[in-house]
Design a protein around this ligand. Structure first.
Ligand code: PMP
Length: 396
């Protein structure tokens, strides 16, 4: 098989080293803070079983048939209503395309906006899965300086003034993956002002916005977008469950038409039966009450992780205090390489994601990401103590 000739886009680095490391964490004795999974004990299994039965009993032949590329009108209306209520937007069902998770919308974004060598601006660090989705299109990345409260607006404007190959800006303003950081209100307004002035499209990726544990709710970038430069990506993965693979794109008509075209070309449509079952869930069950349960459990886990870190991590180590979402971000002294340290952690049956992969330029080696949504309280304490021991040994 050595003779097989692949396309150039398959030659790009695709996080293989990270899958090698993560493979080590699959052993049951390893306490892994490396994943980003929701807590399965909260999945509404009984409700979804009822929805599945009702859908098959009442509209079984519709559920099992092909359906429209854009998604069921009623389901798109429910999504638009939820965005308007939660994200302070004023969007309509026709502004929405249902996708197979927001990950598919990231891949479509690469296809729509990027020719080889085009520039993407992003936060530094940023979501690894987005980088993997974009990489096949051969972009160049400019990592915009990122502070405790998100992307630095002066740095952003400077880049926009000096480069005209920027085709897209990718941001996660709410409880970012990997850092857990959130942009304040003024920054959101300023950002939309800047992208409108420089006429650059921005992807606002918001899987975690509803999972806030403290502080004021902040409106989405999309809510300030008068001229249609913001493309909003949403998902049911974190407020319901990821198994249905339901996400959406909300964009102005001209841009949305390109996403619909990608959908038709790529997989025709999102699963009919998934859309019908989740649409019925939104009608018959109380998704807001469900989100409250998720928030209560994750808050408890976040608080315990923060408390244990404060008690156990040695001097010289810093970490973020996420107001919501699934992740926190730890910075150790520069003498420590967290990819190297990960091997020692796995020997001690604990794991995180080394931070280097979240930087497109792979420039920083002294960070790691911790997930707290998918771990019971007892194991959070034991796991954090194990990491603390390894860090202390490294600093000796
Ligand atoms: N964007 C971000 C920032 C994420 O963290 C994730 C998944 N963890 C996704 C997009 C993709 O989510 P999904 O495809 O399940 O909607």
């Amino acid at each position: 098989m050595k003779e097989v000739k692949y396309a150039k886009r398959m030659m790009v680095e695709g996080g293989s080293e990270i899958s090698d490391i993560l493979a080590l964490t699959a052993k049951p004795e390893v306490i892994s803070f490396a994943g980003g999974l929701p807590a399965p004990e909260l999945f509404p299994v009984a409700d979804m079983k009822r929805m599945a039965n009702e859908v098959l009993d009442e509209v079984g032949t519709v559920a099992l048939q092909y359906s429209s590329a854009q998604g069921f009108p009623k389901f798109r209306q429910q999504i638009a209503n939820r965005m308007n209520a939660k994200q302070k937007t004023k969007v309509a069902a026709d502004d929405i395309l249902v996708t197979s998770g927001s990950q598919q919308a990231l891949e479509f974004s690469g296809k729509i906006f990027l020719d080889e060598g085009d520039v993407i601006l992003c936060e530094s660090p940023t979501y690894l899965g987005a980088l993997n989705a974009f990489n096949g299109y051969g972009p160049k990345y400019i990592e915009v300086e990122t502070d405790e409260d998100g992307m630095n607006m002066e740095a952003l404007e400077k880049v926009l003034q000096t480069t005209d190959r920027v085709k897209m800006i990718y941001v996660i303003p709410d409880f970012q993956n990997p850092t857990g950081r959130t942009w304040p209100l003024e920054k959101r307004k300023k950002f939309v002002e800047l992208i409108t002035k420089y006429k650059v499209v921005a992807l606002e990726d918001n899987p975690y916005g509803e999972l806030r544990y403290e502080g004021e709710f902040l409106p989405s970038l999309k809510s300030f977008d008068k001229e249609g430069y913001v493309v909003y990506l949403g998902t049911f993965s974190k407020i319901l469950c990821p198994g249905y693979r339901l996400g959406w794109v909300c964009a102005s008509p001209e841009i949305l038409a390109k996403y619909i075209r990608c959908k038709e070309d790529g997989d025709l449509q999102t699963s009919t039966i998934s859309q019908l079952e989740v649409s019925r869930y939104l009608d018959e069950c109380d998704v807001d009450a469900h989100v409250l349960e998720i928030r209560a459990l994750y808050k408890k886990r976040r608080d315990l992780m923060l408390k244990t870190i404060e008690e156990e991590f040695p001097e010289g180590v810093k970490w973020t205090h996420p107001e919501g979402g699934l992740f926190m971000w730890v910075t150790v002294p520069e003498s420590i390489n967290t990819t190297e340290m990960m091997k020692k952690c796995v020997d001690n049956n604990v794991a995180y994601v080394p931070g280097v992969a979240f930087y497109p330029g792979r420039t920083k080696t002294n960070n790691f990401r911790l997930n707290y949504s998918n771990m019971d309280e007892e194991r959070i304490v034991i796991g954090i103590k194990r990491i603390a021991e390894v860090i202390k040994n490294e600093l000796k």
